[in-house]
Structure formats: structure tokens, C-alpha cells
Design a protein. Structure first.
Length: 200
């Protein structure tokens, strides 16, 4: 269910709120990567992803925003986030790689990395922020909403689940390797089980 249309004043105020959330996330993400403290990184990333997903949910609840121009105005090249991605990958280490289902209605398992997904989210959000800073609130809101529904919202949700899983394993002393071995044994048992044939 979507909210009704908003006035220009309301839309500007809404844009400012989303921009604040986006800027806060980007600043925090860079700070986490710069500090390189793997012990705290997962909990901090979990917090930041949760907060920016709230901004995304607010965007998703709105009726579709309409940009003023048919094509996106040029606001310059994308920010270089390669260093951010590499720092996150190094910091996350063994928990960087994970799998998730991008579309639960088409249950294909996707292999990904938290560092790649965080970087992709940052690119989407930063692009909208450049439009906002250029004074084009309509374009910024349209882009944030469009990219939330089509990309960064799903990636952020998957990353949230992965980060929460890491926290759960840590809190409850669950061994990732032991789980993996148990799953491998279960798969082997299932594969070696005789196939039941029914007569017609």
C-alpha cells in the first residue's frame, strides 16, 4: 500500500530526510572500512544497514516519484569505491562470501560478497545524493526509489540477513565449519539413498 501524493514542500522535506539518512550511511560505511576493526565491523554494519533500510522502506511506501527530465541529468562520474570495497573485503575476511536468494519467487541461489554488495549499495545511494546536492530533489527521490526497488533494497536486505547470521553464530557459539560439514554429510546421505520406484 502506498502513501498519497505529497506537496512540493512536503516532498522537499522528505527528500532532505532521505538525503540525511543516505549521507549518514555513506559516512559511517567509509569510517567502518577505514578503521578496519573486524571485531566491531559486523555489528556496526548491521546497525547502518538496518537504518538505511528504513529510509528505503519509506521510499517504497510512496507513490512513484516522477523526474522532471526524460533522461538522467549528468552529475559527473560515479564515486570511486574500489578502495572501500577492498578494505571491507579484507576486514570481513571469512564472512565476506555468502549466498542468498535474490527473488524468493524465483528461488535461485546467488553467490555474492558483502563487500561487493555494500559497494553497490553505496554507488546507488551516492548517485541520488549527487542529484540532491545539485538541487534536483525530484530526480534524487526518483533515483533512490527506483534503485531501492530494483537493486539496493534487495542487496541491503540480503546483507542484513547475512550480518545477523554472523552475529547469531557468534552469540550462540555456533561453528560455521561444523555446520558446513553437517550439511555436506546430509547431502551425501540424500544422494546415496535409493530412489523409490512405484509401480503403476
Amino acid at each position: 500500500m502506498t502513501e498519497g501524493p505529497v506537496t512540493d514542500v512536503d516532498q522537499t522535506r522528505f527528500g532532505e530526510q532521505i538525503a540525511d539518512s543516505v549521507e549518514s550511511f555513506l559516512l559511517a560505511l567509509r569510517a567502518i572500512a577505514r578503521e578496519g576493526n573486524g571485531a566491531q565491523a559486523v555489528s556496526l554494519l548491521l546497525l547502518e544497514i538496518s537504518q538505511v533500510l528504513l529510509a528505503g522502506a519509506r521510499l517504497g511506501a510512496q507513490t512513484d516519484f516522477t523526474p522532471r527530465e526524460e533522461y538522467q541529468p549528468d552529475v559527473g562520474p560515479e564515486a570511486d569505491i574500489d578502495e572501500l570495497r577492498l578494505r571491507l573485503a579484507e576486514m570481513l575476511g571469512g564472512v565476506d562470501a555468502y549466498t542468498f536468494v535474490f527473488d524468493p519467487y524465483v528461488p535461485e541461489v546467488v553467490a555474492s560478497r558483502l563487500s561487493d554488495d555494500m559497494a553497490s549499495i553505496a554507488i546507488d545511494l551516492e548517485n541520488g545524493l549527487r542529484h540532491f546536492r545539485a538541487g534536483d530533489v525530484d530526480e534524487a527521490l526518483w533515483w533512490w526509489q527506483f534503485s531501492y526497488v530494483n537493486n539496493w533494497g534487495n542487496l541491503a536486505g540480503a546483507a542484513l540477513n547475512a550480518l545477523l547470521t554472523v552475529v547469531a553464530h557468534d552469540r550462540f557459539d555456533t561453528d560455521f565449519e561444523a555446520d558446513a560439514e553437517a550439511l555436506a554429510v546430509a547431502d551425501e546421505i540424500l544422494e546415496s539413498a535409493p530412489t523409490e520406484v512405484t509401480s503403476t
